[in-house]
Design a protein around this ligand. Sequence first.
Ligand code: NAD
Length: 255
Amino acid sequence: MNFTDKVVVVTGAGGGIGAAVVKKFTEHGARAALVDLRKELCQQAAEKLGLDSTQAFCLGADISDQKQVRAVVAAILEHYGRIDALVNAAGIPGPSARMEDYSFADVKKVFDVNVFGTFLMMQNVLPIMQKQKAGAIVNLGSVSGMCAYPYEIAYGASKAAVIQMARNAANENGGNGVRINAVSPGWVNTGMMKTILASYKDVGIENSSDNVTLGPLGRPGEPEEIAQAIAFLCSEEASYINGTNFLVDGGMTLG
Ligand SMILES: NC(=O)c1ccc[n+]([C@@H]2O[C@H](COP(=O)([O-])OP(=O)(O)OC[C@H]3O[C@@H](n4cnc5c(N)ncnc54)[C@H](O)[C@@H]3O)[C@@H](O)[C@H]2O)c1
């Protein structure tokens, strides 16, 4: 993989998978725009990775806010002059609860960030890539968007939507030189995984780690293992891969 002279935009760049994506792309020569709700998380990630100001541009924004997304994408274009890859890794799990116990406000919040935030990022970056006649987008789906696990009605439905948006947009944009795919991880060892396992107590599951399916490899994935697949899908090596939902779950959905 070679991303020399390429610019990648990563949302959720202060989080586990987002920061690993920034690491992977910059190791292969890319310059990165790191976007997160909390700018300081982006700055900490860039500092930890040893990136200088030519390699990392840190921005704080709520991706569910249309004005903020427009401003952030305009600032990145102004700063770097192009956008070659967009990785939509920002996301929230929402609470763990049965459907009848789920508050409407919580469902809306999860959709605001995971679905509408991803939509807004795609919608604002796509015209730039169309003009360049080149680009690649990866949305973070999840096995939760494909299977039907209990206690995550909002997260599961939101991730199904994120996967489907990648497919719809891929079909519309192949002719523009823009490829769009989803990556669906199983459990990944990040802050989000810890948050979800802790929230299982709310539905009466005490030893949450005994109750999660890890699949045949018997362990959660590491953020770097997800980042590797994402970078591959954005690289020239994946030039004929478009509209796919790429599973990186260690086989946990094999049954
Ligand atoms: N960790 C897992 O087990 C797992 C499994 C499958 C899919 N995923 C998906 O991968 C992506 C990354 O997850 P992660 O495990 O790195 O989580 P994480 O919690 O470590 O990181 C998510 C990041 O998104 C940011 N964020 C949240 N809301 C935002 C908003 N409105 N605007 C901008 N940024 C916002 C957070 O500040 C955080 O830094 C998510 O979309 C998640 O749903 C994670």
